[in-house]
Design a protein around this ligand. Structure first.
Ligand code: NAP
Ligand code: GDP
Length: 316
């Protein structure tokens, strides 16, 4: 993105009310670091499904005509945790494909759960299309893979610079805390809050052994801003903490229990699915470009939910 240009850059962020969109809004409005702060001649517009249902062509067109964006960060998606994906494969495929069709530019969002199930580790950016995804989320995964296909086609035919990022699991404020369709951290926080209030045990799905890399939403927001401004490739880039920062679902449950101050027992419900055992991703490509980037450690990223802990500066 040209800086110091006399022309205004209009950055349209779809999915502006979600976990990642809210973090982006927070970071671009409050960051002191000039790499992540709003620049002169930049106008950021955050939109939600109330502004336009991006599955609808006419509404999408009207949104683009209204704001005339020069850049788009496309976050809008039909998003859910493991259990919601397993029971709504067709919806995830259909809705996410429709969303991708109408948004034409620039930085779109994939996910590490779209990689092949049978793979070598660590996973890297070259492996997106190497084999079928895990059966628990094949609808979501195939729709997301098509973003990369579209980016390449538009680049080949029209020279467009459309790219995508691949975040690992994300956590932070403004997540979906529903009991049924949420991701593991907000889901367990809600369940743990109820278990503490009702003096019951905390039931946690699966065996606790699966491994995940979690990125704090405000860190991810900074990386999105860097990608928008500096990253020139069409090929996707993984936005993740390091491989050594991978933790188990048991670690997550322990972290939630400690943050909520729950004193009762954890009951592991092995009748519920574990999902993919792991999807360990390499952040080598990212760290080559941004060797000094500091990730918020997982046990500090929960500062926003525990009033007792001091939140590191810049992550509020
Ligand atoms: P989220 O919290 O569920 O928010 C989804 C956003 O998309 C909301 O702003 C929602 O608007 C908007 N949206 C949904 N359907 C829409 C439609 N038909 N038309 C217009 N807008 C629509 O999602 P998130 O967790 O921030 O995810 C952001 C991106 O990161 C997604 O592309 C997701 O696939 C990807 N990702 C997420 C994770 C994760 O752990 N959460 C991990 C890897 C990748 P309303 O509020 O108006 O409904
Ligand atoms: P995934 O990385 O796409 O699988 O995303 P999730 O955030 O849904 O994490 C799923 C992992 O957490 C699986 O191993 C589940 O068995 C485990 N898990 C434990 N309790 C919960 C819960 O309450 N909700 C969800 N979504 N997963 C849970």
């Amino acid at each position: 993105m040209a800086t110091g240009s006399p022309h205004e850059a209009v950055v349209l962020v779809t999915g502006g009310s979600g976990l990642v969109g809210s973090a982006l809004n927070h970071v671009i409005s409050t960051a002191d670091d000039p790499r992540f702060a709003r620049r002169q001649n930049e106008r950021w517009v955050f939109v939600t499904s109330k502004d336009a249902d991006l599955r609808e062509y006419e509404q999408t067109l009207a949104l683009f005509e209204k704001h005339r964006p020069t850049h788009v960060i496309h976050l809008a998606a039909f998003v859910g945790g493991l259990f919601n994906n397993m029971t709504h494969q067709a919806d995830f495929l259909r809705y996410n494909t429709l969303l991708n069709d109408n948004v034409e530019k620039v930085v779109s969002c994939l996910s590490t759960c779209i990689f092949p199930d049978k793979t070598t580790y660590p996973i890297d950016e070259t492996m997106v299309h190497n084999g079928p995804p895990h059966k628990s989320n094949y609808g979501y995964a195939h729709a997301k893979r098509m973003i990369d296909v579209a980016n390449r086609a538009w680049n080949e035919q029209y020279g467009c610079k459309f790219t995508s990022v691949i975040p690992t699991n994300i956590f932070g404020p403004h997540d979906n805390f529903n009991l049924e369709d949420s991701h593991v951290i907000p889901g367990l926080l809600h369940k743990c809050y109820l278990a503490k209030r009702d003096n019951t045990e905390l039931s946690v799905a699966g065996s606790g052994t699966p491994l995940r890399q979690f990125i704090f939403s405000h860190d991810l927001a900074k990386l999105f801003i860097w990608v928008l401004r500096e990253y020139e490739e069409i090929d996707p880039i993984i936005l993740s903490v390091g491989e050594s920062d991978e933790i188990s679902i048991k670690d997550v449950a322990d972290g939630v229990v400690s943050a909520v101050g729950f004193q009762g027992e954890i009951a592991w419900d092995r009748s519920k699915a574990d999902g993919q055992h792991k999807k360990t991703a390499s952040n080598a490509k990212l760290m080559k470009s941004l060797p000094d980037f500091k990730f918020t450690p997982f046990n500090e990223g929960d500062c926003w939910l525990s009033k007792k802990r001091k939140c590191p500066k810049g992550n509020r």
